[in-house]
Design a binder for this molecule. Sequence first.
Ligand SMILES: [Zn+2]
Length: 160
Amino acid sequence: MDGDVVDALATPGRVAAMLRAQGIRTPSGQPDARQLRRLREIRAAAQALTRGAVREYQELARALLGRYSFTLGTSGRLEHEGCGWDGFIVEILLRLVEISESSRLKTCKNPRCRWAFLDDSPSGRRVWCDMSTCGNRDKVARFRSRQRAGSRRRTRAVRA
Ligand SMILES: [Zn+2]
């Protein structure tokens, strides 16, 4: 949001550290150069999706899915046999595909934030990444502009 934007996917060590810092259970060690490339491609696909660039997303996702083999599980879900970082990456990819189908991946409405978030509200109408920060900031701004409008109206009423 402010300050330097650090590319979390710049190096294998950084991506592993970033994921663990967020409490995500990762395979041990670090991804290799090829796996890091896949993670970047997945990120590019997710970014295309949040921008609403559907065709770009589909092309990226199709290319990514073509790199792995899947079987259809008994539950009707796609399953894969990858393990280690490959398995981890395929899981992220499948999650992204599921999200894209539910179209619940959104970008925060706050222009100074623009975080991608998963809308898990029952109505599917969430617009803020977080109600207590971005959502609240907007509510305060709207309240203030309503107050200003109200005082203008009152001033006119007095003059009339
Ligand atoms: Zn936000």
